[in-house]
Design a binder for this molecule. Structure first.
Ligand code: ADP
Length: 255
């Protein structure tokens, strides 16, 4: 018999994630792909694959979250990313506190209560600054793959300040910095500082209840974690699989 008790689907704007959990809420399978234009068809295929791999009965609950969650007809229920990230991280780290989720197109600050539910939150989904896209657009100019962004930003002590908080203006600022012969790693360092500045202003509005916790794809970027820790003088802790926390929380809430 299959060990899978529930499947969580995070149909994000940038990546699509599935997590299968067992009766104890432990992760037994997962998948992650860049989001395709027809996310509902993509999720159906990913579900078929994970079900086949783990011999899952069609009756196991499937909970959808993320930007495209309402398109997932196969889901038994859909829940907000705020609820799901809070639950996933609470279960993984076993702590209440202030959670920062930075995804491809939006960022959120969530106060996670003692029972793992969100108590308060703030969301930025209007502006690309403060999201993964801000780094991606501008880094594409420098020809740097996302996995190398953090290590490159941390490889230098020099920093080119990027004053624009808007992605479009930041990109033209970078073009002129390149034209003036600025070091690409110093530009990247400045870019990370600018993203972190945006995120920190949201954190301060919501207020910090230690510890600070980080989830979403951008949590995999160590420069972001280090700069948030520096700016707040707080420890910043991460779950084992930060990018899967929305799907993990959804799976847990389906049990
Ligand atoms: P969403 O749920 O909004 O689709 P994710 O939480 O999956 O987004 O985050 C996607 C973002 O994560 C991308 O913008 C990308 O820049 C960033 N990202 C993913 N992997 C890495 C990595 N290894 N290092 C740095 N950034 C990463």
């Amino acid at each position: 018999m299959s060990r899978v008790a529930s499947i969580g689907i995070d149909a994000g704007s940038t990546t699509c994630k599935l997590v299968a959990v067992d009766q104890d809420g432990a992760i037994v399978g997962s998948s992650l792909e860049p989001t395709e234009p027809r996310v509902e068809l993509q999720v159906q295929r990913m579900l078929d694959e994970i079900r086949a791999e783990h011999a899952v009965a069609g009756t196991a609950p499937t909970i959808a979250t993320g930007y495209g969650r309402k398109l997932i007809k196969e889901a038994t229920r859909n829940l907000t990313e705020i609820t799901c990230h809070a639950r996933g991280v609470f279960r993984d780290l076993g702590r209440a506190g202030t959670l920062i989720d930075i995804g491809g197109q939006d960022s959120k600050v969530i106060q996670v209560g003692d029972d793992g539910r969100p108590v308060d939150f703030m969301m930025n989904d209007k502006c690309a600054a403060g999201t993964g896209r801000f780094l991606e657009y501008t880094a594409a100019r420098l020809g740097v793959p996302v996995q190398e962004l953090g290590p490159r930003a941390l490889s230098t002590a020099q920093e080119e300040p990027i004053s624009s908080t808007c992605t479009v203006f930041a990109e033209s600022e970078i073009i002129s910095l390149i034209a003036r012969g600025a070091e690409p790693d110093s530009i990247l360092r400045g870019l990370h500082r600018s993203l972190v500045g945006r995120v920190i202003s949201m954190v301060r509005s919501v207020g910090i209840v230690a510890p600070l916790m980080l989830s979403g794809g951008v949590a995999r970027n160590d420069a972001v974690r280090k700069m948030i820790a520096e700016a707040t003088a707080e420890d910043v802790i991460l779950p084992g699989e930060p990018q899967l926390m929305g799907a993990y929380g959804a799976a847990l809430l389906g049990m």
